[in-house]
Design a protein around this ligand. Structure first.
Ligand SMILES: Nc1ncnc2c1ncn2[C@@H]1O[C@H](COP(=O)(O)OP(=O)(O)OP(=O)(O)O)[C@@H](O)[C@H]1O
Ligand SMILES: [Mg+2]
Length: 244
């Protein structure tokens, strides 16, 4: 069997003396949608940082198609096919939508092809063509999330990591962003989604993992997780359903 696209192998992560991950093992195969669920402070965003290379695990490692990413820079990871839509989008608010999209291609040096790719991305996101010259900071939350996703596509990724993509969005915008994820996935891109809203995540994902205080406590197919009483009690209660 071929190596998974992304693999975390017995990862222990620390902030100073404080351990945040305890032997975390997970994988994402090419073309899959995988979600990482878990409550507040369970280590989900930290897992994103470890995957992106913003934080090195103290032991264990991240592998890309079987190759260790130990000491590999974030930009090198992006060149190999990783992209991220970080928590709260992190757009360049003063820059226009068009300029923000080009920032997603900062690891590339094929300017002409990059501009062509931006045209392709705008086909997928017609609304962003209308907003093209508008400073990104003036867009609504949903529109900004759209820019962040479009920007991630500009590096031609094979895997897009998204941290809480639906946070603070109206149900209508959640649906729009989810439709885009489905569309992009159909074109062959894998996704790794961090979500507090298990109900939403399991609608979309093929498989999922559950982190609790830095330990992976459950994993399975989306159907298995949806039907697991522990998930239903902890994450699919009425609070999580509210707002859908
Ligand atoms: N830069 C940092 N320095 C020190 N501790 C941190 C730092 N970032 C996060 N932590 C701590 O690490 C733990 C995990 O945080 P993390 O942000 O990964 O959780 P999370 O699952 O994404 O939570 P949330 O659902 O609130 O987004 C928390 O206890 C948090 O306080
Ligand atoms: Mg988080």
């Amino acid at each position: 069997m071929s190596d998974p696209l992304l693999r975390l192998d017995s990862v222990d992560t620390y902030y100073g003396q404080v351990q945040v991950h305890f032997g975390v093992d997970l994988e994402v195969n090419a073309g899959e949608i995988v979600c990482l669920l878990g409550g507040n402070a369970s280590g989900k965003s930290t897992a994103m940082k470890v995957i992106l290379g913003l934080l090195e695990p103290r032991s264990g490692e991240v592998r890309w198609e079987g190759q260790s990413w130990k000491g590999v820079s974030t930009s090198a990871r992006i060149r190999q096919g990783l992209a991220s839509v970080p928590e709260s989008r992190r757009l360049f608010g003063e820059m226009t939508v068009g300029e923000n999209l080009l920032m997603g291609a900062y690891t590339r040096n094929d300017r002409k092809q990059t501009l062509q790719d931006r045209e392709g991305v705008l086909e997928l996101f017609p609304l962003l063509r209308e907003r093209f010259r508008q400073p990104a900071g003036t867009l609504s939350g949903g529109e900004q999330q759209m820019v962040a996703l479009a920007r991630a596509l500009m590096s031609r990724p094979r895997l897009i990591c998204m941290d809480e993509p639906t946070m603070g969005l109206s149900p209508l915008w959640v649906e729009k962003i989810w439709d885009l994820v489905v569309d992009i996935h159909r074109r062959g891109t894998a996704f790794f989604l961090v979500e507090q809203n298990a109900h939403l995540a399991l609608e979309l994902a093929h498989r999922g993992y559950v982190l609790q205080n830095g330990h992976l406590v459950l994993q399975g197919t989306a159907a298995e997780l949806r039907n697991d009483p522990r998930i239903r009690d902890a994450y699919l209660g009425s609070d999580q359903m509210a707002g859908i």
